[in-house]
Design a protein around this ligand. Structure first.
Ligand code: SAM
Length: 275
């Protein structure tokens, strides 16, 4: 008899995966953590019954969060990841030789612990000497940072529970302060089918703080609706103005220099959210 897991993406719609076995499950200090082996997507990390990452499709999200800002900035050296305890974004950041230090601040050390154990292809770079892993609240870390980072990536859970503060105008203002004078930030901002208001609000808030604000998308089959968005705020560099020579060779499976620009071409119903 097969076991099936359904993530309710709205009250009326969900996504279902066949589960071969449960590898770990616990209620941490912050959220319900499940690590399961699925037939279709390999090992899957769930937090509060929401798909966070899977071995099969993780590369899409992690490459698109990391390489768009890192190729837009001419010389990213100090990078911060808020959340990201599965280690996937860190793995991508380290592909850039200019990066001297990548700091990760995730509120839940259990996510880091079990990602290292059950998602080695994703979390395998967290021990790299360039990486500083901290367990703490990203909101507080940003509040006490000033002129510190070239690029900040917010790889957080949904704006519920511990991440509720990570989608506020105050947080984006804190990010502006934590960035250097030519810094760039990107935040995952969910999907336009079920979370249009979140995207519209984030764009409005970021545009009131940053001179350059952009939205780009990627296809992530295990995330709600499959169409995912990323909100970018930049103090100086425009992701659509990156020169050809900036794109040094790196190993990817989704991101390309052509897609770097094409990802900003939005379906009309998504572009309309930005008006
Ligand atoms: N890629 C996923 C997505 O787009 O939904 C996110 C994956 S990552 C595992 C999300 C991480 O955000 C979790 O490990 C969670 O512990 C962390 N997180 C939530 N709130 C946080 C906060 N206030 N400070 C730092 N990390 C936080």
């Amino acid at each position: 008899m097969s076991l099936w897991f359904t993530e309710k993406q709205t009250e009326n719609f969900g996504i279902t995966a066949k589960i071969n076995k449960t590898l770990h499950t616990e209620q941490t200090e912050f959220q319900k953590l499940d690590m399961v082996e699925t037939e279709e997507f390999g090992n899957m990390l769930l937090l509060d019954d929401m798909v966070m990452t899977t071995e099969k499709d993780e590369f899409v999200y992690h490459e698109m969060v990391a390489h768009v800002p890192l190729f837009t900035h001419p010389n990213p050296e100090h990078v911060l990841v808020v959340g990201g305890g599965d280690g996937g974004v860190i793995r991508e950041i380290l592909k850039h030789p200019s990066v001297k230090k990548a700091t990760l601040v995730d509120i839940d050390g259990k996510v880091i612990e079990y990602s290292k154990k059950y998602l080695p292809t994703i979390a395998g770079q967290l021990e790299d000497p360039r990486v500083d892993v901290q367990v703490g609240d990203g909101f507080m870390h940003i509040a006490k940072s000033e002129n510190a980072y070239d690029v900040i990536m917010v790889d957080s859970t949904e704006p519920v529970g511990p991440a509720v503060n990570l989608f506020t105008k105050g947080f984006y203002a804190g990010i502006y302060k934590a960035l250097k004078e030519d810094g760039i930030f990107v935040a995952q901002t969910d999907n336009p089918w079920f979370k249009a208001d979140l995207i519209a609000n984030a764009q409005r808030d970021v545009a009131e703080i940053f001179p350059i604000t952009r939205l780009y998308t990627a296809n992530i089959p295990t995330y709600p609706s499959g169409l995912w968005t990323f909100t970018l705020g930049s103090k100086k560099y425009d992701p659509l103005e990156v020169s050809e020579e900036r794109f040094h060779e790196i190993e990817t499976k989704y991101y390309t220099k052509e897609l770097h620009k094409a990802a900003f071409a939005l379906p009309k119903f998504v572009a309309d959210l930005l008006k």
